[in-house]
Design a protein around this ligand. Structure first.
Ligand code: LER
Ligand code: MN
Length: 270
């Protein structure tokens, strides 16, 4: 397993669960100084930062790009893949495919979180999941061209009513016959929705591809009440070799959260 930390450049997400909000060169420098393996990028869109600028920073600091988030499509543009309006769904998919191509050029998968939207009103759950499966089919194909997967993230009940638990996500990937799609296990969402986080890694782990490594209160691991040791054992048991990525609040401040996370990961993996 490898360590990663979130870098956010989206003003609309300034209050979100991302560690470094400084300019990218500062975020890369801090991540490298602390000994992280990779950064996870949360950017305003596919054209916000030139690829060359990121590869230059990567090479300078020997950091991989763990993943790229797509939440700006929702928080900046209000786009959802399950919007009742077909024109809005098309725009959402276009944004997503742009982010997949952007990440793909960096060898990084894109993540679908908040842009999955919700069902309700005139849209049934069945209909929303059908639209989502259609979008994920295209997303998976686009990601595969870059030889990366596409990451689907179950969220807690306050953020989506589609799929809230890892095993439900894994069952859905199987039943909808989705290819090149992996799941994101966000331990903050899981603390709300799962009976037992470690057991859930076993139950849904056959499609696991990424982990948001957060404590119960979405602070750095060690600053809440989750016991990470059984979760790490479960991840070892299922053969998970991906990232533990700190998508957490910069509390009490970004440097402390970043340092706490890397210390936690190092001691858990040693
Ligand atoms: C994104 O990774 C996430 O976890 C969501 O809570 C953002 O809405
Ligand atoms: Mn997350």
């Amino acid at each position: 397993m490898h360590s990663a930390i979130t870098l956010c450049q989206v003003p609309e997400a300034a209050a979100g669960p991302f560690v470094f909000h400084e300019p990218l060169d500062v975020g890369f420098q801090k991540a490298a100084d602390l000994g992280y393996d990779a950064v996870e990028l949360f950017l305003p869109g596919p054209d916000a930062v030139p690829i060359a600028e990121i590869t230059t920073l990567q090479e300078k600091h020997s950091l991989k790009i763990a993943a790229v988030g797509t939440g700006a499509g929702m928080v900046k543009h209000g786009l959802s893949l399950t919007d009742p309006d077909p024109a809005q769904r098309a725009k959402a998919l276009e944004f997503l495919l742009g982010m997949i191509n952007f990440g793909g050029q960096l060898g990084a998968p894109a993540i679908l979180g908040s842009m999955q939207g919700k069902w309700g009103g005139d849209v049934s759950r069945e209909q929303a999941l059908e639209w989502l499966a259609e979008a994920l089919t295209e997303a998976g194909e686009a990601a595969a061209k870059h030889e990366v997967p596409f990451i689907y993230e179950p969220l807690n009940r306050y953020e989506t009513n589609l799929i809230n638990r890892l095993a439900d996500g894994a069952d859905w990937i199987d039943s909808a016959n989705l290819s090149h799609i992996v799941l994101l296990a966000d331990m903050f969402h899981m603390n709300i929705e799962e009976v037992d986080i470690a057991q859930a890694m076993h139950d849904g782990g056959r499609h696991l591809g990424h982990v948001h490594f957060a404590d119960s209160n979405r602070r750095a691991m060690g600053f809440g009440h989750t016991d990470p040791a059984p979760v790490i054992r479960a991840l070892h048991d299922i053969g998970y070799v991906g990232y533990l990525s700190a998508e957490v609040f910069p509390l009490p401040d970004a440097d402390t959260a970043a340092n706490q996370t890397i210390q936690s990961i190092k001691s858990l993996l040693s």
